[in-house]
Design a protein around this ligand. Structure first.
Ligand code: IPM
Ligand code: MG
Length: 368
């Protein structure tokens, strides 16, 4: 097998972003040297640190580099330093601009319980059995990208956020969700608020129409309030979930809570060009610089990059199985440690993972 040559753009961002991205890059480098790939890394300012350096959360140079990349790895953006900024001038607006500019309309967030740390789930063991949900969140439309306006009003102020969806926008993400469901168990739950919102009615009509082309998929529709309840009461009923940008933001945090920590969940955002990988947690300003954050969501985002963007399944499994073995050995990060129990710092987890990965290579070399 000849190695792959890939250019990976790194956007560490703010808060804990740089610490966690550093660990994930080490893992990617290990994969490159072990499997004979050539990964080239280039880091660019993005988010609050880019506002400080250039006045803009998404500098033109960063965007151009992302457009030319084979894949992008992002840490997190935002922090109290920039909280007073108006919408549009915040680090988060850089993230939204990047999603828009790269046309990243699909966001995949796998809600998967890692076997050795199942007991971290706040739900009882019988409820979390067989939970592995792929949440597919539409990422380029909805209330996130409609007009946001604040005007003076007799009572004080009047604020408006416009939510928009077009048939085309719903179709393209729904097609991806049907394909994903077909590749899995064939169950697709589409989540909306069609009893109230026009955008949701369009959503439901469009998804229902597409179902005719996918006879192998069992489609059901749920209102988002009920879906939130069902995710807690009986999460194993879900296989692939398809939902809008706003509902997907909320439900994916709920999904992360089922797993035991938001620090464990990776994500992939894709469109016509390079895909972007990021943990779904935020920049955790209170942990920044303390080497306390969990790098697991970012490590799993890196392995998702290998699998989904580069087709490197074996490499992804190498990483994921090493993480799972560490969890089975009782190794914990601060977010998932029992009160008073010991845990590894962010960089220590990275060191340990490096050793664990190399050990399987040595073992494998001895076996053959
Ligand atoms: C996420 C985040 C972002 C979002 C924020 C940081 C803008 O919460 O990726 O889920 O709302 O999409
Ligand atoms: Mg979110």
């Amino acid at each position: 097998m000849t190695g792959q040559k890939k250019r990976i753009v790194l956007l560490p961002g703010d808060g804990i972003g740089p610490e966690i991205v550093r660990v994930a890059v080490r893992v990617l480098k290990d994969c490159a040297s072990e499997f004979g790939h050539h990964f080239e890394f280039a880091e660019f300012p993005f988010g609050g640190c880019a506002i400080d350096a250039t006045g803009m959360p998404l500098p033109a140079e960063t965007l151009v580099a992302c457009q030319a990349a084979d894949a992008i790895l992002l840490g997190a953006v935002g922090g109290p330093k920039w909280d007073a900024q108006s919408i549009g001038k915040r680090p988060e607006s850089g993230l939204l601009a990047l999603r828009k500019e790269l046309g990243l309309y699909i966001n995949l967030r796998p809600i998967e319980l890692r076997p050795a740390i199942r007991s971290l789930s706040p739900l009882s063991a019988d409820r979390t059995r067989d939970v592995h949900i792929d949440i597919i969140r539409e990422l380029a439309g909805d209330i996130y990208f409609g007009e946001h306006r604040v005007e003076a009003d007799a009572s004080g102020e009047r604020a408006t956020d416009e939510a928009v969806y077009t048939t085309g926008e719903v179709e393209r993400v729904a097609k991806y969700a049907f394909a994903r469901a077909e590749a899995r168990t064939g169950r697709l739950a589409s989540i909306d608020k069609a009893n109230v919102l026009a955008t949701s009615q369009l959503w439901r009509r469009t998804v229902t129409r597409l179902a005719a082309d996918h006879p192998g998929v069992k489609l059901e529709h749920l209102y988002v309030d009920n879906a939130a309840m069902q995710l807690v009461l009986a999460p194993a009923q879900f296989d692939v979930i398809l939902t809008s940008n706003m509902f997907g933001d909320i439900l994916s945090d709920l999904g992360a809570a089922l797993v035991g920590s938001i620090g464990l969940i990776p994500s992939m955002s894709c469109g016509p060009g390079p895909s972007l990988y990021e943990p779904i947690h935020g920049s955790a300003p209170s942990l920044a610089g303390k080497d306390l954050a969990s790098p697991v969501g970012t490590i799993l985002s890196a392995s998702m990059m290998l699998r989904e963007s580069f087709g490197l399944k074996q490499e992804a499994e190498w990483i994921e199985s090493a993480v799972d073995r560490m969890f089975s050995q009782g190794i914990r990060t601060a977010d998932i440690a029992e009160p008073g129990a010991s845990y590894l710092r962010c960089s220590e987890f990275g060191e340990r993972l490096h050793a664990e990965m190399l050990e399987t290579v040595e073992r494998h070399a001895q076996d053959v």
